[in-house]
Design a protein around this ligand. Structure first.
Ligand SMILES: [Zn+2]
Length: 79
């Protein structure tokens, strides 16, 4: 990515990250996500369309967690 961070102007580096989401006491985690992370402030930038896909994946995990009644613990998806 050629653009600097829009928050602090520092450079962005491509990294694999993991994100945890919590809803109604259920936690899900997605790891191995590819995103650009600011070297300075840690702001995360997903590739175009990436944030939507991450949100969809998280929603699917929440549905799965509810179906499986895995209310305790964290449901993890590795990409
Ligand atoms: Zn920054």
């Amino acid at each position: 990515m050629d653009q600097p961070c829009s928050e602090c102007g520092d450079i962005l580096k491509k990294k694999q990250i993991s994100q945890e989401f919590e809803r109604e006491g259920i936690k899900v985690r997605l790891s191995g996500l590819r995103a650009w992370v600011c070297n300075g402030c840690g702001e995360i930038y997903f590739l175009p369309g990436g944030a939507e896909k991450v949100a969809k994946a998280a929603n699917s995990l929440f549905e799965l967690a509810l179906t499986e009644k895995q209310h305790k613990g964290t449901l993890t998806a590795q990409i």
